[in-house]
Write a protein that binds this ligand. Structure first.
Ligand code: SF4
Length: 491
């Protein structure tokens, strides 16, 4: 799609809005005579400033017709570079949204919101003194968010407020990433290969991880922080042997003071890696919460996504987790997987709900570039089918007493939908809420670990990324440790 920006440089905002309506298009900023702009698909996005308002105007030309959208923001609201950029970018997206709805007739459920944390928009309104009700109204009217999605945002904001008031200023979260999986799922771009090929990298990786954990513990102590939650994710942490898993968890316990931690989660993930021995090791090491992730309870869908387990393995693993004493279990499922249908997804929902986990996280498939699905061009359910699946999930889960408590979006999600964490009363995952709403800092360790320093004074967030591949992580451990030791934080 030919794009022309006039009076601003907000390329990213324009491209995000473009992808919502024209996912197959790529931005083209080449300058020409203007003929191409009139003939093909194009958008001209302009910002002009008057005495009272800055106005964003989008003109989309498609099929020989022109469609217009406009959004404005008061100049008096444009205080400082950060806020000014945020509000002007939102105006750009809103104007693009209005023009694109007119051009395509399509109304995305998230309206003109494109970020990965839609509830943040509500958080900002609440910080500005708005009530939850007013924030919900603004989401619907200003950003054109559907009533159901606006309600999800409000639920996430309520959960964030609940969690926030139980935390102290000095609380911090720990993340430990184990970047190995038994096989690579068809929709994944995170791990490069299954453990068949990468098993030899595990021990060197664990040695490097122990060194990074020691550095992180020194930083946490020097900064006077208290660990409020721990999340061991991946990858699939349970690809480790019981001894290796016990070693990582034991090391964490000996380095960090976890006496005040509200939860310690291990993303057990693939049911085919979960054994009673590993679960017992986790319990002994104080793990309070595990994730057993079926993604689907249809064996045909599981085969289609390259998983080496069946729905029976899921039921067995869930039973083992209960048998080991876990009273807080999460299960992840995905709407929109290849070969799945709304009927098949309804069967998955029923089967998972019948097990009665305390948390169910309903993801929407993200078609990541570089994943096997994207490379092979594998067919996936269309946006309408995914919408039907998500509606069914919301209806069933609400009926069973689950409430939504955190949500996020990713790039290239089927139908532009979202991932939502649902929980039974009293079982919200503290780490998930803090992470998504950026309530406190996260010290990330291991493969793909992201350290996120939330400097509350000034609202600045600094991120430090660890390499995601084990070999790179192991090779670069010295510089990773150096960065850990130089962490500073203004609370
Ligand atoms: S379990 Fe997760 S990290 Fe592992 S291959 Fe599948 S999607 Fe990727």
């Amino acid at each position: 799609m030919k794009l022309v920006l006039d009076g601003h440089g907000y390329k990213y905002a324009v491209e995000q809005a473009m992808l919502m309506f024209y996912p197959g298009e790529r931005p083209d900023y080449s300058t020409g005579s203007g003929e191409g702009e009139r003939e093909g698909l194009s958008a001209r996005v302009r910002i002009s400033r008057g005495a009272v308002y800055a106005t964003a105007t989008t003109a989309i030309r498609a099929g020989g017709a022109a469609y217009y959208g406009r959004a404005r923001v008061r100049l008096s609201e444009l205080e400082g570079a950060l806020i000014s950029d945020r509000l002007l970018q939102a105006a750009v997206r809103r104007s693009f949204y209005a023009a694109a709805v007119a051009a395509t007739g399509h109304r995305p459920v998230w309206g003109s919101l494109t970020g990965i944390r839609p509830a943040k928009t509500v958080a900002r309104m609440l910080e500005g003194g708005a009530s939850l009700r007013a924030a919900g109204g603004a989401l619907r009217r200003r950003y054109r968010v559907s009533p159901e999605r606006a309600e999800l945002c409000l639920a996430a904001s309520r959960a964030a407020a609940d969690v926030d008031c139980g935390l102290s200023r000095r609380d911090v979260m720990l993340y430990i990433g184990i970047p190995f999986c038994p096989t690579r799922c068809a929709y994944c771009t995170f791990v490069s290969s299954g453990t068949e090929r990468s098993r030899g990298l595990i021990e060197p990786f664990l040695a490097a991880l122990r060194a990074e954990m020691a550095a992180a513990a020194r930083a946490v102590e020097a900064l006077g922080l208290a660990v409020a939650a721990v999340y061991v994710g991946g990858g699939t942490p349970t690809v480790l042997s019981p001894e290796q898993l016990d070693g990582v968890l034991g090391h964490a316990r000996s380095l960090f003071d976890l006496s005040q931690a509200r939860e310690v989660t291990v993303e057990a993930g693939r049911p085919d890696t979960i054994t009673r021995e590993k679960l017992d090791a986790m319990r002994r090491r104080g793990v309070t919460r595990v994730s057993v992730n079926p993604q689907s309870m249809s064996d045909a869908v599981l085969r289609a996504i390259g998983r080496a387990h069946t729905s029976r393995d899921v039921i067995r693993a869930f039973g083992e987790a209960r048998g080991a004493g876990f009273g807080d279990v999460n299960m992840d499922i995905i709407a929109g997987l290849p070969t799945d249908t709304p009927q098949g997804f309804a069967m998955t929902l029923d089967a998972v709900a019948a097990l009665g986990p305390e948390n169910i996280t309903v993801h929407t498939l993200a078609l990541k570039k570089g994943s096997r699905i994207a490379l092979d061009g594998t067919g996936v359910p269309d946006g309408n089918a995914v919408s039907e699946m998500l509606d069914a999930a919301a209806g069933l889960l609400r009926g069973l007493g689950y409430s939504p408590y955190y949500l996020y979006r990713q790039k290239f999600m089927s139908g532009g939908f979202e991932n939502v964490g649902w929980s039974l009363p009293g079982h919200m995952g503290v780490y998930n809420v803090c992470m998504m709403e950026e309530l406190r800092s996260v010290i990330g360790m291991g493969g793909g670990g992201v350290t996120k320093l939330v400097c509350r004074a000034g609202g600045r967030i600094e991120r430090i990324f660890n390499p995601k591949y084990p070999l790179e992580y192991t090779k670069r451990i010295e510089s990773i440790i150096e960065k850990k030791l130089s962490i500073s934080l203004s609370l």
